[in-house]
Write a protein that binds this ligand. Sequence first.
Ligand SMILES: [Zn+2]
Length: 182
Amino acid sequence: MTKAELLSILRQDITDDEKAELILALPRIRELDEDAFIEAPGELHPAPEVEVIKTWLINDFHRHLRGCCIYCAFTDREESRNGRAMVASIGFPDRYPDLKGYDFILKVNRAFWDSLDLDLKMRKAVIDHELCHIRIEDGRYYLGPHEIGEFSGVIERHGAFTDHLKQIGRFLLSDLIADEEV
Ligand SMILES: [Zn+2]
């Protein structure tokens, strides 16, 4: 299957079962048709699995990004921000002349990605997080900050003291309950 064929399938309305089947085929897709991806510049390597999951997530949850050009790459470089190792990042591709025409580059640390084995829930969450950084205003894309930044100690001592924390608390609770019911 070529990248173009794969992407055209993802753009159709397919059932969740069919999507799951497609995603389970990802380790095989990794070997396929790498030529369809542009040569990854410098320390970057093509990341077709990330490309597939990104396309899936855009179709399901980020339709405003359908016209956005995001180059997905694996990197072997350990990058950190504020002393914490970064597993993935999204940024402007200015440093990479080969990526002219792309709006963003989405980089994923390969060692981290491989350590997830086939944990699709985690893989999707990582890519979904990066896509949430992209906002659009007056037809121009920009990168926005996280909606929530709080210390665990503050939440431990004062609980969900804002409406936003309350909302997140409810999401987490229903997720934990759903997990227990399985
Ligand atoms: Zn982030």
